[in-house]
Design a protein around this ligand. Structure first.
Ligand SMILES: *Cc1c(COP(=O)(O)O)cnc(C)c1O
Length: 455
């Protein structure tokens, strides 16, 4: 008889990944390059240099190197909170009475509470190595800003965060965690930047948006000596760093001869899902194995399931390069949605290409269904999940219930990206029956598509 699979599968220190895996190396159809909005030509490393760190630009543009060694300093930092546990959800399986076997890779076991720290430390490290003074960024829900603050504190780097004003006011605890780690946090739009002053003049009293905060952070980086801008999702380099999630998950599963049939992850900008699936997708691309891969997005912000695959602006201020991705249009403003980390209008160019090639699928789920799944999960597995992560939980539970009907003993792996302690206002709305499930109409999406740049 096979050895019983433990509740948690950990890796020994000598089993940990020492290189990130770059799935682009195995893609036949490479993700489309970033374009210069002025010339319509692919962005060169030289053009990107005023905004991003040199080493990160090299990673961004590298479509060919399959493995990129993780520098020792980053490995040391990873050792503080990695490997993250791979958990066999025995209690959830029991509760659902399903023959399916459910596993989740839990990335919430660090103070920042999400997977974002995996890329934050890498980006901060390369900034430090380049001799920079600091980095600037935006944060919406707050997880990315928190992760970056921790990474910068560790390396002694200055960290400037533009936080969407409405989050700054509604999530004071996230703000204070960032300040505890030494970051300066500015509500956006602010009077500190030209673009912020312009937006404030045009829209007095605005509570801000991610797109606006990006524009401010980019301006702050490019107008100060010794600063660069960093981003927590969407970009190829971020997916590369997040491959550590999938590499660990795969190594842990291989140890016990487990092969997932279905791999599920929530998708905002695509970084956790891209990271989780990378090594599995690599096998699929090389024809060595097959997996069903499912991206789960909010019905209120359905980039994959209802978006267009087109070149679009990465930000509302239209200062960033154009990226070819599944997008709802850079002007799209999703209805108030409590999964703050899933509100981005676009999607990772890598995942967009894989999706367009039929190598993965996507579904969208309404908000209250997500919170029902979150609560069900919390009550049996103990972990209080982030609303973002709960999109994957919802899809995993549905898949397990389908297996119950058909009697299939599928193995399901999903990414549990973080904890929800800072999202209790959302849980409160759910408990009080005040949560709505607004889904954009076709007319609203058409209006937003009309703003796509014409190339
Ligand atoms: C940011 C975030 C996400 C979504 O971002 P991706 O880049 O799509 O992974 C999901 N879960 C949590 C907890 C987050 O903080």
């Amino acid at each position: 008889m096979q050895e019983k699979i433990p509740y948690k599968i950990y890796l020994e220190e000598n089993e940990m990944p020492t290189a990130w895996y770059n799935v682009r190396a195995d893609m036949k159809n490479k993700p489309a390059p970033l374009l210069n909005p002025g010339t319509g030509k692919p962005m060169t490393a030289q053009e990107l240099a005023p905004v991003f760190c040199e080493e990160l630009i090299a990673q961004e543009l590298d479509n060919d190197t399959p493995f990129i060694p993780i520098p020792q300093e980053i490995l040391n930092f990873y050792k503080m909170y990695r490997p993250s546990p791979l958990v066999r959800a025995y209690c959830l399986e029991e509760k659902l009475q399903t023959p399916a076997k459910i596993y989740y890779k839990f990335e919430g076991n660090n103070t920042s509470g999400s997977h974002k720290l995996n890329s934050a430390i890498a980006q901060a490290y390369y900034a430090k190595k380049q001799g920079l003074k600091g980095v600037t960024t935006e944060t919406g829900a707050g997880q990315w800003g928190t992760a970056l603050s921790m990474a910068c504190a560790y390396l002694g780097l200055d960290c400037k965060v533009y936080m969407v004003k409405v989050s700054y006011e509604q999530k004071p605890f996230r703000r204070e965690v960032m300040r505890t780690y030494g970051a300066s946090v500015t509500p956006s739009p602010s009077t500190e930047t030209a673009v912020g002053r312009k937006i404030l003049a045009e829209h007095p009293g605005t509570t801000g948006s991610l797109g606006c905060a990006i524009s401010e952070a980019v301006e702050a980086a490019t107008s100060q000596e010794g600063y660069r801008y960093v981003l927590g999702s969407v970009l190829n380099q971020v997916l590369l760093h997040q491959s550590v999630i999938g590499l660990e998950a795969k190594a842990a599963m291989d140890k016990y001869g487990i092969k997932p049939d279905v791999i599920i992850g929530c998708a905002g900008g695509g970084s956790n899902l891209g990271g989780l699936i990378s090594p599995f997708m690599g096998e699929k691309l090389r024809g060595e194995a097959d997996y069903q891969i499912i991206a789960v997005e909010p019905a209120s912000c359905p980039s994959f399931t209802r978006g267009k695959y087109a070149y679009d602006f990465a930000d509302t201020g239209k200062v960033c390069p154009l990226a070819k991705m599944y997008t709802l249009g850079s002007g799209f403003i999703p209805a108030p949605n409590h999964a703050g980390g899933l509100r981005y209008h676009g999607m990772s160019p890598v995942l967009s290409q894989l999706y367009d090639d039929g190598l993965m699928t996507a579904i969208s789920v309404p908000q209250t269904e997500v919170f029902k799944a979150a609560e069900q999960f919390a009550r049996v597995e103990g972990i209080l999940p982030a609303p973002e992560s709960s999109h994957a939980i919802k899809a995993a539970i549905d898949e397990a219930l389908r297996c119950k009907e058909t009697g299939e003993e599928k193995t399901i792996l999903f990414g549990l990206t973080g904890t929800g302690y800072f999202d209790m206002v959302a849980y409160e709305k759910f408990h009080n029956g005040q949560m709505d499930d607004y889904i954009p109409t076709d007319e609203e999406l058409a209006a937003s598509f009309a703003s796509l740049p014409q190339l």
